[in-house]
Design a protein around this ligand. Structure first.
Ligand code: GTP
Ligand code: MG
Length: 379
């Protein structure tokens, strides 16, 4: 017999038998002697379980209840702590067809808008960064690629506020342009179209505009409400105008968050580093994340050991819309996983383990599902 029975309300004789190293039949019999007629599968209330433990001469303790769905619930608008709200920078994703100039645009932005003091060939450490335009900040997520974006969306992580759709004016609307439009629409983000490569002699921005109308993106000069900006990512033409439009669009969205609560947000990417262990790039979406915070990230958990910004500089806290890289997790989470800070490490660990167990069970269920393929495999 264990010294303490750590139980959960609603356990049945089978569950308790396992914890007490006794046959379920014995538990049923004992309960019967205590005046309770139950079968092995019937769930028992606290009183019954405590009585049983006392009868065995051991202490009963209810397991600390961690509600794993809290993390998901947290992202439900109603559940947010809205007592206190501050405006936050927009989170922008750049999408578009292969070779239409996404990376060139991001490179131009990074080099022309890095904050003073940081200038001069910084190597970007993480797949997300912030830049200043005037006195305002914009967070850019380096194009995660369509597969990663789809995976993140499938996991319910809509972390983008505004999508910038890059379309090369010499190439026009292509399959991945359409795919990007679908992603943005599914995520419910406004789309700003950046018609790129207008410096090229064969550029035809007008044609791009006309073509995109077939997909519901109607420019203002055609009576619609989609913002189009003709740019050259290579020369930087109209890139400032594009930033103005991003900020204008964001203003309409009235993006706010409460920096005074526990940090919460999503994983942008994660990997295993030989020296540092699991490393995760997180986007803080609510609250403030601090070094030392006990944290649950998807099925993983730990304490924020180190936190760095996009330039690899150590920082102590990160407010909403800030991308950071952290270490200190017990395992590598997945892109799109959500994270939340707990008040103490014990609860964080319990929640993390609970979530890991749940997804294992879920995975087992998936694998056990009979499909025509595995039915024939097993015959
Ligand atoms: P993937 O990441 O492969 O999907 O491509 P991308 O969209 O990031 O395109 P990238 O920025 O790599 O640009 C592709 C090519 O187009 C490069 O050779 C760029 O130099 C060129 N390019 C990008 N923007 C411009 C532009 O405004 N004008 C001209 N002339 N060339 C450009
Ligand atoms: Mg690229």
């Amino acid at each position: 017999l264990p010294k303490v029975l750590v139980y959960q309300d609603g356990m049945n004789a089978q569950d308790l038998g396992k914890l007490l190293h006794r046959e379920p039949a014995e538990i049923v019999k004992k309960l019967f002697m205590l005046g309770m007629m139950v079968n092995q599968n019937q769930s028992l209330d606290k009183d019954a379980i405590e009585l049983l433990a006392t009868d065995y001469g051991i202490e009963a303790k209810e397991k600390e209840n961690v509600n794993v769905s809290d993390i998901d619930k947290f992202f439900n608008e109603e559940e947010h702590n809205t007592d206190y709200q501050e405006s936050r920078p927009p989170v922008v994703t750049i999408m578009g067809h292969v070779d239409h100039g996404k990376t060139t645009l991001l490179d131009y932005l990074r080099h022309s808008h890095i904050t003073a003091g940081e200038a001069g060939g910084i190597t970007q450490a993480i797949g997300a960064y912030q830049l200043k335009h005037g006195d305002q900040t914009i967070t850019f997520l380096d194009t995660p690629g369509h597969a990663a974006f789809t995976a993140m969306r499938a996991r319910g992580a809509d972390i983008t506020d505004v999508t910038v759709l890059v379309v090369a004016a010499d190439d026009g609307v292509m399959p991945q342009t359409v795919e990007a439009i679908d992603h943005a629409k599914a995520a419910g983000t406004p789309i700003i179209v950046a018609v790129n490569k207008i410096d090229k002699p064969n550029a035809n921005p007008q044609h791009v505009k006309e073509h995109l109308m077939n997909y519901g993106l109607v420019p203002e000069d055609f009576g619609g409400d989609t913002i189009f900006v003709d740019i050259s990512a290579k020369n930087g033409t109209n890139v400032d105008e594009l930033l103005n439009m991003i900020l204008l669009q964001s203003e309409v969205l009235e993006l706010k968050a409460n920096p005074k609560q526990n940090g919460a947000g999503s994983v942008v990417e994660a990997r295993l580093d030989k020296g540092k262990g699991p490393v995760a790039t997180l986007l803080v979406q609510q609250g403030t994340l601090h070094v030392g915070d006990p944290i649950v990230v998807g099925d993983t958990f730990g304490r924020v050991r180190t936190m760095t910004n996009e330039n690899g500089k150590d920082i102590k806290d990160a407010k909403p819309s800030t991308p950071v890289e952290i270490t200190g997790l017990n395992d590598v989470p997945e892109a799109g996983d959500r994270f939340i800070v707990f008040n103490n490490e014990k609860t964080a660990r319990a929640a993390g383990e609970e979530r890991a167990k749940e997804s294992q069970i879920e995975e087992r269920k998936q694998n056990n599902r009979v499909t025509l393929d595995n039915l024939f495999d097993s015959m």
